[in-house]
Design a protein around this ligand. Structure first.
Ligand SMILES: Nc1ncnc2c1ncn2[C@@H]1O[C@H](COP(=O)(O)OP(=O)(O)OP(=O)(O)O)[C@@H](O)[C@H]1O
Length: 302
């Protein structure tokens, strides 16, 4: 029986800078065709993880393998395309020259004209790269990351500085690639982006993997639900005493509660002899789920 090596395999990878554990015992496996969001707040270790993945930094401990080989070998073999946050573009060349160069460097490139049009940069093809606006430079990075048909595409906060239309075109390209079995890994702190684009979300916090699943699974992992209702007479102290409540806000007659067991909370609410109107129970949005997961983690660390 032959087994195909995973696209990406991190095994107990750690990387520190002085006392900061940028990446802390990270173990994960990515398979072909997945679109994976690496989601975390500033300083969570997303860029450090991608740098380790691309072999730009060496781990202090643990191993990183791409397609069963070292990052360097996978990159030399042209299996990986990357778009990094800090990715400097060469000065003194035009956009068209840079795109042509990128195509020449890849073993399986697309035609430069196709790459330019996909990124919507034909009109600025003759401009010098150092004369571009931030958004235009980001489109050029998009072009470079899609100049060939890489099996693994690594993107560090790719849509930062992109306008909405370019962002949509960008994700359409990535979806098409993933649909053909390519693996797309992108770092983001745009929670809506992870929810909208990724079929797997890795939640990173202080270099550690807090959660790994679909956006829906991550919301469930946070375990909390939102309850809202109107009350004629709100007795905040009584409401705070309800079981499983993790947060409570009252504005006028409207009460909003987060609860880890909505059924028990609502049952107890009626048990107080209160008559809530317009009662709604809903799942947490990804953003609230993320805050709940990281808050729980911080409480554990104390
Ligand atoms: N070269 C370095 N020297 C010292 N500390 C570093 C270095 N690179 C990263 N760090 C630290 O490692 C941690 C993780 O940084 P990293 O850039 O990976 O975070 P991130 O999740 O990409 O954040 P952001 O969303 O702000 O880009 C941070 O605490 C950062 O200050």
């Amino acid at each position: 029986m032959t087994t195909t090596a995973p696209v990406v395999a991190f095994d107990q990878v750690s990387k520190g800078y002085g006392s900061v554990r940028a990446v802390d015992g990270l173990t994960l496996t990515l398979r072909p065709g997945q679109t994976v969001a690496l989601l975390g707040p500033n300083g969570a270790g997303k860029s450090a993880t991608l740098d380790l993945l691309l072999g730009l930094k060496k781990p202090d401990s643990g191993t990183v393998r791409l397609f069963g080989t070292s990052p360097r070998d996978a990159i030399v073999a042209g299996r990986v395309g990357a778009m990094l946050q800090s990715g400097g573009l060469m000065d003194e060349v035009t956009v068209a020259e840079l795109v042509r160069l990128a195509c020449d460097l890849h073993p399986k490139p697309y035609r430069p004209s196709e790459v330019l049009s996909r990124a919507g940069i034909e009109q600025i093809a003759d401009r010098k790269v150092d004369k571009l606006s931030g958004g235009q430079a980001q489109r050029v990075r998009f072009a470079l990351a899609t100049a060939d048909d890489s099996e693994l595409i690594v993107l560090d906060e790719p849509t930062t500085g992109m306008d909405v239309t370019t962002g949509q075109a960008f994700w359409a390209t990535m979806r098409e690639r993933a649909g053909r079995g390519r693996t797309v890994l992108f770092a983001t702190h745009y929670l809506e982006e992870a929810d909208a684009v990724a079929d797997r979300v890795l939640v990173l916090h202080r270099g550690r993997l807090l959660a790994d699943g679909t956006a829906a699974e991550i919301k469930a992992k946070a375990g909390a639900r939102r309850i809202s209702f109107d009350l004629a007479d709100t007795d905040e102290a009584a409401l705070r005493g309800l079981p499983f409540v993790t947060s409570l806000t009252v504005s006028g007659r409207t009460v909003r509660i987060q609860s880890t067991d909505a059924d028990a909370t609502v049952h107890a609410l009626y048990g107080l002899g209160l008559y809530p109107r317009d009662l709604e129970v809903a799942g947490l949005g990804l953003e609230q789920a993320f805050v709940a997961i990281t808050t729980a983690e911080e409480a554990k660390a104390k």
